[in-house]
Write a protein that binds this ligand. Structure first.
Ligand code: ADP
Ligand code: MG
Length: 514
């Protein structure tokens, strides 16, 4: 029997390299389009193909987006940074080099912190021991953020026995964010990445679509004896295309490294590819590994100059970021942490909530509606809040009808479904959703509170079920729900439930004593 391998006393150390495609329609050094999924090799020109004599010109919008991200992550943006050629041979790299930044990057020295206890996504995260602090937050330093162009794409599964190359992606503007090795577990990595992605989305710097490759994460990982300050030999994991893939790949690799060390071996410095289907990592061919990129400043591009005026202007226009918005939602709308976490996860949803809360003056009620039926309907239709056909004003009207007692909650859910059905199409193009007021009026859904009418339904329901009435009077009090259902059926859902409960109690009690 074993009580654990020596490897168990080793802690994991993880640093991330995150590639983010910037949300601009043009490439970094030429005006070709950057659209995803266009006909292969159509968005190319002499500049991104690297034909002799073609001169690169920097896309200013891309630089502004990059600066925005750098500032949001607390980095110092340098007024001067240098474009460098990173030289290597690969079929999808027609120039034979990639333009990146090396010795003098756009920005350095940031830090980004996520709260681990707030919000549903981060529940139950193992914080490790190293950097647990009282507030349950996780701060990871960002070593640098630099700009670079993307390479093309090799397609291995299209033609048997051949690799196809699509060069549309060459020259697409990216930033690369490099973290310090401050992360200690796969769960921490996932929580931190989730926060990073939220910020990038709020900034509208990238669409962060991982399936389309707009956000790619490489993970560097090593292990060391717990408590040691030295870094062990790391491996680099590539080819994960979701955050859960990153998490699983790291767990597998950490276990592998522990096994190697437990058996008295040494971890080798190598790059490993995650195989999603097999749930395993395998080495990349080592020849590609032994890179000497022979970086040198690009002779065709002057150093990138970012004026302090531009930096200040971008800083002044930074939007409210997720953490600040969560705090404000808790304060301004008195929301529980959980609600604030869900409602700020994505910027369009946060804006949808805020408009609804303001229009109704009922922030908690608005939160309940949105976190419940509205989010479910958005998910079912695959729509973001900003494309959802029921607009905040429509929802506010519905909530007000419930507040005034015009309809009860169950009918209101039905009315919401009818509003959705009335949207012209699932893309939510039409603003011609039938309003709650119209639906209630046209379909006679208003709540019935008239005592005479309610009394009649109650009496009818009780008369139809003498056996249940007898059982109730003998103490089977849970039959209350059954009677309530019978009355609601008779009213087609429109009876005022509070009134019905009162009348039922009255009638059943009366019989009991009489
Ligand atoms: P390399 O020279 O191999 O590219 P860098 O020092 O540039 O390594 O770091 C690249 C990434 O790897 C960074 O995110 C960094 O935090 C991480 N990293 C560096 N050394 C280690 C290590 N020993 N264990 C885990 N991560 C590491
Ligand atoms: Mg490096």
């Amino acid at each position: 029997m074993t009580t654990g391998t020596p490897g168990d006393t080793y802690e994991a150390v993880i640093g991330l390299e995150i590639h983010v495609q910037l949300r601009t329609e043009q490439k970094l050094f030429c005006p070709d389009r950057t659209g995803f999924g266009e006909a292969p090799n159509t968005n190319v020109c002499p500049v991104c193909l690297g034909l002799p004599g073609a001169l690169p010109v920097v896309n200013r919008e891309a630089v502004e987006l990059a600066v925005r991200a750098c500032l949001a992550f607390g980095c110092t943006v340098h007024e001067r940074s240098v474009w460098a050629r990173k030289n290597y041979f690969y079929p999808d790299l027609p120039k034979g080099y990639q333009i990146s930044q090396f010795e003098e990057p756009l920005a350095t020295g940031g830090v980004f912190e996520v709260e681990l206890d707030d919000g549903p996504d981060q529940a139950g995260v193992d914080r490790g021991d190293g950097d647990r602090d009282a507030s349950g937050s996780l701060a990871v330093r960002i070593r640098r953020i630099h700009m670079e162009e993307d390479a093309g794409k090799s397609i291995h599964d299209r033609f048997p026995e051949a690799t196809a190359v699509d060069l549309n992606r060459t020259g697409t503007p990216l930033i690369e964010m490099v973290s310090e090795p401050d992360l200690r577990s796969p769960a921490q990595v996932r929580a931190w990445l989730t926060g990073v992605k939220q910020v990038l989305e709020y900034l509208q710097v990238s669409d962060c679509n991982m399936e389309e490759g707009s956000l790619r994460v490489d993970a560097n990982v090593s292990i060391r004896p717990a408590g040691s300050q030295e870094l062990g030999t790391k491996t680099e994991l590539k080819n994960m295309n979701s955050f859960s893939g990153v998490e699983r790949a790291l767990a597998v690799e950490i276990a592998r490294q522990r096994t190697v060390v437990a058996a008295g071996g040494q971890v080798e410095h190598e790059t490993l590819l995650w195989d999603e289907r097999r749930g395993d990592v395998r080495p990349m061919r080592t020849k590609e590994e032994s890179h000497d990129y022979r970086y040198f400043p690009d002779p065709d591009l002057p150093p990138l100059q970012v004026s302090s005026a531009l930096i200040e202007a971008v800083e002044a226009e930074l939007p409210e970021l997720p953490a600040a918005r969560r705090a404000r939602f808790r304060e301004e709308y008195q929301l529980p942490a959980y609600d604030a976490g869900v409602l700020t996860a994505r910027r369009p949803l946060a804006e949808y909530y805020e408009q609804t809360a303001r229009a109704t003056g009922e922030p908690k009620e608005a939160s309940n509606w949105i976190m419940g039926p509205v989010l479910a309907a958005m998910k079912a239709r695959g729509l973001e809040a900003d494309a959802f056909p029921v607009r905040p004003s429509h929802l506010a009207e519905l909530i007000e009808l419930v507040g005034k007692g015009t309809i009860n909650r169950n009918v209101a859910k039905d009315v919401l479904d009818r509003m959705l059905e009335s949207a012209r199409d699932e893309e939510g193009e039409g603003s011609d959703v039938r309003t709650a007021g119209d639906i209630v009026r046209d379909e006679g859904l208003a709540q019935v509170s008239d005592t005479g009418q309610l009394q009649a339904w109650v009496d009818d329901a009780l008369a139809a079920h003498p056996e249940e009435v007898a059982r109730f009077r003998e103490g089977e009090s849970r039959l209350q729900g059954f009677f309530m259902g019978e009355v609601m059926k008779r009213s087609r859902g429109k009876a005022d439930p509070g009134e019905v409960a009162r009348l039922l109690a009255e009638r059943l009690e009366a019989g009991h004593h009489g």
